[in-house]
Every structure is written in structure tokens, then in C-alpha cells.
Design a binder for this molecule. Sequence first.
Ligand SMILES: Nc1ncnc2c1ncn2[C@@H]1O[C@H](COP(=O)(O)OP(=O)(O)OP(=O)(O)O)[C@@H](O)[C@H]1O
Ligand SMILES: [Mg+2]
Length: 284
Amino acid sequence: MKAKAKAGEAPKRPVRVITVTSGKGGVGKSNLTLALALALAKLGKKVLIWDADLGLANIDVLLGLSTTATIHDLLNGHKSLSEIIADGPAGIRILPAASGILELGELAEGQKQRLLSEFDDWNDELDFLLIDTAAGIGSNVVYFNLAAQERIVVLTNEPTSITDAYALIKVLATRYQQHNFHILPNQVAGPKEAKNVFELLSTVADKHLGPVSLHLIGFVPKDEAVREAVRAQKPFLITDPESQASQKVMDIARRILANPPDEFAGGGLVFFLNRLASFGGTVD
Ligand SMILES: Nc1ncnc2c1ncn2[C@@H]1O[C@H](COP(=O)(O)OP(=O)(O)OP(=O)(O)O)[C@@H](O)[C@H]1O
Ligand SMILES: [Mg+2]
């Protein structure tokens, strides 16, 4: 499993760990996480999705997959990480949502070592870890967002969605000094509406939150192809790759690849898990 860089080869960049998150629920996080994973895979990248939300339309359901093993089976020694990670389309992989709460901060030392070592084995197999978080400002959402290297905040052009995105950014910025956010307007009519949504959010953030840096990473239009794909339990990037929504997601994936984070620091699976455990994050 472990494929360490051979002598003379440049060391591999650490896995980029990115959350897809939102203040308000139902804005499109799960669909966009899946689409982004597939878009990055189309561009030659190896991607794992961590389904960190036991919502209704979770990643399993969107793919019509039925997974049974969870990270709990890893910690009680019944399964290895490779047995829990499910294969999705186009080579993407999925770490399914677990039911029942697991306090990462309260793991026995042996369990923690096992978790870290199994994830460490996967470092060389992956380029990206995309995390589909729950909505809101619950502690787990906050911890996943703090532990990740980058954050994509999804919102729609509705006052509640914009206000709730602001509330999430406010908590992360003022209580935890996390100042950098990618902003992704979804279900908009086009670039003009996306820019309006972004400006509404960034004007309030600039005024009240001081040094936050919000960056418009692109937008995804409201597109019937998404709803049809949800009904068919297949990702829209596969059922309708020519749709507007698919094309805009491809643009975002290209932008993500063109803009890697400056430093190596902050990436990598083990670094992420250690940080998550230090905040007392849970898996549920
Ligand atoms: N770009 C889009 N165009 C049309 N419909 C969309 C689009 N994005 C999302 N939707 C619709 O919104 C619904 C909710 O999307 P999704 O389940 O991805 O949201 P979520 O943010 O993950 O929700 P939750 O907070 O419950 O986890 C989808 O089932 C789909 O019908
Ligand atoms: Mg969801």
C-alpha cells in the first residue's frame, strides 16, 4: 500500500484537505462535493470524499451505494481503512458517514495510533480529501472547518442562506482566527447573480469581521440536470457532463488545481486528523 517517493523523486505534496460547508442546510453541499470530486478525478487527481454528515441525501444515497462499514469498525479493530472506504465512479473513493458519535479527542492512545497509521498509509494514494460537512455552526462543523486546510462555503441567493453563511464565517473568524474562505454561490442564474451574492456577503464581512479574506471560487447555476441526477441517484457530472452545472464545476476544479495553497503546512491526512482530535471533533 505504501508507495513512498523513491530516491531522486520530488516528495509528493501533502493531500489537500478541503471542506465543503454551509451555514444553511440544503444549499447543495453534497451534490457539489461529489461533482467536484469527479471533476478533479477527470483532471487526473485521486480523491477521497469524507461524508461527515448523516443528512438525508448523503453521498451514499446520491450514488445509490449501500455501505455498511464505518470508521467505528476501524476503531474497534474489526476492519481496516481500506475495507471501509468504498469505491465510487471514476475512481473516486468514499469514506461513509458513521452513525453514533465518536469523540476523536477521547480515543485511547492505541486507537488513535491505529487511526493515524491507517490514514498515513493512504497519503500516497490521494491528492485530495474533500469533506462534506453538516450545515450550521455546530461544534463538529466548526472543528472540521478549522482542521481542514481550505474551506469552500456554499450558499444560495436567499437572505437566510447568506445570513447563515455569514454566521458560520463569523464564528470561525472571530472565535478561532480562521480568516480565509472560498465562496461558492450555487443555484444562481449566472455570473451576475453570483457576484451579487458574493458582494452582499463580503460587504458585511469586511464591515464587521475585520481581516477576513473571502474569495469567489466560481458559481454553479440552477440546472435541471442536478435535480434529475439526484432522482436517478447518479452524479450530474456523469449523467450530463455537458450541462451548465457540470461545466461550471469543471471550471472550479481547474481553478482549485491552478491555485494550490502556498505552503505545505496545513495539508496531509495525519496533520488534519491530529488537529481534528485536538479540537475534540467527533465522527458521526
Ligand atoms: N445547481 C443546482 N441546480 C438545481 N438544483 C440544485 C442545485 N444544487 C442543489 N440542488 C437541489 O438542492 C437539493 C439539495 O442539495 P444537497 O443535498 O446537495 O444539499 P446539502 O447542502 O448537502 O443539504 P444538507 O444540508 O441537507 O446536507 C438537491 O437535491 C437538488 O434538488
Ligand atoms: Mg448534504
